[in-house]
Write a protein that binds this ligand. Structure first.
Ligand SMILES: Nc1ncnc2c1ncn2[C@@H]1O[C@H](COP(=O)(O)OP(=O)(O)OP(=O)(O)O)[C@@H](O)[C@H]1O
Length: 269
């Protein structure tokens, strides 16, 4: 019955997440799960995304397929870029018409990360540089304040999917409890989670690199640290900080570095 709409940059892990969801729902509820995606349409994506008419036709085919599949019992996952706000609105109208719940799963990556994953793919699966860049430019990020983008689950590359919250959003037919995945993005920055991800990673690398030339007791980027911290520890603290900050976003992304360093100081004492 319900529809899960995947969304994100080209090569950001949508199919991987869609498969994870399929596996979860097949194992945990007695329902069939269908993934509808451009992969099944036998089209060359580089040709399609270079031609707006062809792209429109593909979108229409995918929507028609979703419409056919959405029924009382099954779960449909639409695994495509779904990067146009108006298209997501049409999908929302479709679910409203079918009186079925829906939610959006947004795989959030930076263009650098997606681009490097793209380069490491088999040649036949790769987006060309031009198409990749054009799609990143055209991307219209979801915003949970829009009813067609809500409930919105924003997933970073190292996150575990919030399966239960997604399941509740679909089957309990109520908004999931306000947690990190369903919080609105801060008003001033649509890019907040990306900034959060990038800035904390930069701080982490600065500490890690500084340790290469310092001795225990040296004051480096994190004052008071008198022991060497390995990368696994740093990553764990970064994950904790990101989880916390997603639920307490700051409007000024310029504060993220300082907040993260303070968090490290507190956690390492
Ligand atoms: N969380 C992740 N961590 C590391 N690598 C990943 C992750 N997610 C995806 N990848 C890599 O990125 C590549 C693309 O993954 P996937 O096919 O899931 O992306 P996609 O967004 O569905 O791509 P497309 O836009 O072509 O449909 C894969 O080769 C995979 O190895």
């Amino acid at each position: 019955m319900p529809l899960i709409v995947m969304c994100g940059y080209p090569c950001c892990g949508k199919t991987r997440r869609a498969e994870e969801l399929k596996e979860y729902f097949e194992q945990n509820c007695d329902r069939k799960v269908f993934i509808v995606g451009d992969g099944a349409l036998d089209v060359d994506r580089n040709t399609v995304y270079a031609d707006s008419q062809k792209e429109k036709n593909v979108r229409a085919s995918l929507k028609a397929e979703v419409e056919r599949k959405v029924n009382k019992d099954d779960i449909v996952i639409l695994d495509s870029l779904n990067y146009i706000k108006g298209y997501r609105y049409e999908l929302y109208c479709l679910t409203k018409h079918a009186q079925t719940p829906h939610c959006l799963v947004y795989c959030l990556t930076s263009d650098e990360v997606s681009s490097s994953w793209n380069t490491n793919r088999y040649a036949a699966e790769q987006y060309t540089r031009d198409i990749f860049d054009a799609l990143v430019l055209r991307f219209e990020a979801p915003d949970s304040r829009n009813r067609w983008d809500s409930p919105l689950f924003t997933i970073l590359k190292d996150d575990t999917l919030p399966y239960e919250a997604i399941s509740d959003a679909l089957f309990k037919r109520k908004a999931p409890p306000p947690n990190q995945s369903t919080q609105s993005q801060p008003l001033s920055s649509a890019n907040f989670l990306y900034e959060l991800d990038k800035i904390t990673q930069d701080v982490l690398m600065a500490i890690f690199n500084a340790q290469k030339t310092s001795v225990p007791g040296d004051v480096i980027s994190v004052p008071g640290v008198t022991r060497t911290i390995n990368m696994a520890e740093l990553r764990k603290l970064r994950r904790q900080f990101i989880s916390y900050t997603k639920t307490h976003p700051t409007e000024n992304t310029g504060h993220i570095s300082n907040m993260f360093v303070q968090y490290l100081n507190k956690s390492l004492h």
